[in-house]
Design a protein. Sequence first.
Length: 93
Amino acid sequence: MFPWTHYVTPEASAAWGADAKRVYRQHGVECIYRRYDHVEDSSRQFSEADSYCSRLLKDDIVAALRCFGLGTMEIRDNPGHRNGPAISVVAYR
């Protein structure tokens, strides 16, 4: 499996406040989605017509992959990506 995705840092997540978080539990994994609004440009679209997206902590992404049996991973972190921190993961059993 080769996912590439953005994530939220713990520092940024704490700054968003409790209203921006939604707990999701499934298959023994608990993740907290953090809603990210593009405040600098509200016309910017993340998905379809929305000017926001939901992001996970990097540790939650890795924990979910491990839960589904993907124990061997090579992770390339790009914390300075222009659209927010991002990772590429090569994961396999």
